[in-house]
Design a protein around this ligand. Structure first.
Ligand SMILES: [Zn+2]
Ligand SMILES: [Zn+2]
Length: 50
């Protein structure tokens, strides 16, 4: 499992949620990217969000 923002392998604390746009893709973000509000991009529909 990889963080979609920084592309690093996630371990321990991370968040996982469905893409709010297409609902198909699961977005994975590490805690660091979540805390610093790094943008993510959905791999399927290219939706970008904070
Ligand atoms: Zn990250
Ligand atoms: Zn999507």
């Amino acid at each position: 499992m990889r963080c979609v923002s920084c592309r690093r392998e996630v371990s321990g604390d991370y968040v996982r949620f469905k893409c709010p746009s297409c609902g198909n893709c699961e977005v994975v973000r590490c805690l660091k990217c979540r805390q610093t509000n790094v943008h993510y991009k959905c791999g399927e529909c290219s939706f970008e969000g904070p």
